[in-house]
Design a protein around this ligand. Structure first.
Ligand code: PNS
Length: 172
């Protein structure tokens, strides 16, 4: 059984992430979308909120499930008997960093392969940070994220004052 892991912060999940998830799910038997718990980052959404949004978004993808991890990604793969890491590429600018991480992960575990999937051209400009910024400034993100994520963004920013919003936009 071919098991792959698609890791990320997903703060929040965008339609660009979903596009990669759907593409990846067609290539493997099981896809685990792994939401990172990174103690050094201050995300907009808590781990529980990010997992909840991901679970909602994955309802239409039969062979995908979500989970969280902390620590080394390669250890999470080993624990789940997975040997493929899926990453999405939007533009050449993503490549250098992703290439470095792929080689580092291979160094850490020689049996793990990283597979890069090209996102749909219509999402090539899309990132969680731009979605957060647009939403914080009162813009419309309905084209960029699932409906429930759009609602959660509105609720989140409605409950914050301007200073907190500025700080949250700057965190990626
Ligand atoms: O969505 P992001 O923030 O770009 O995701 C980054 C992520 C989670 C894929 C990356 O930070 C990661 O793999 N973290 C786990 C720590 C790890 O294994 N580091 C060594 C690889 S260089």
């Amino acid at each position: 059984m071919k098991i792959a892991v698609y890791p990320g912060s997903f703060d929040p999940i965008t339609n660009g992430h979903l596009d990669i998830i759907i593409r990846a799910s067609k290539l493997v038997d099981k896809l685990i979308v792994a939401v990172v718990e990174n103690p050094t980052k201050q995300p907009l959404f808590t781990l529980e909120e990010r997992l909840c949004m991901m679970t909602e978004a994955l309802k239409c993808v039969k062979n995908a499930k979500t989970d969280s991890f902390k620590g080394l990604l390669v250890n999470f793969l080993k624990k789940n008997k997975a040997n493929v890491i899926v990453k999405g590429l939007r533009a050449v600018s993503d490549f250098e960093f992703e290439y470095q991480m792929a080689l580092m992960n291979r160094q850490l575990d020689k049996d793990i392969e990283t597979v890069f999937l090209m996102t749909s051209a219509k999402y090539a400009f899309l990132s969680s940070s731009s979605v957060r910024e647009i939403s914080a400034l009162g813009g419309n993100v309905s084209e960029f994220v699932p409906k429930r994520v759009e609602k959660r963004l509105k609720v989140k920013y409605a409950s914050m004052d301007n200073l907190k919003i500025k700080q949250k936009i700057e965190v990626d």
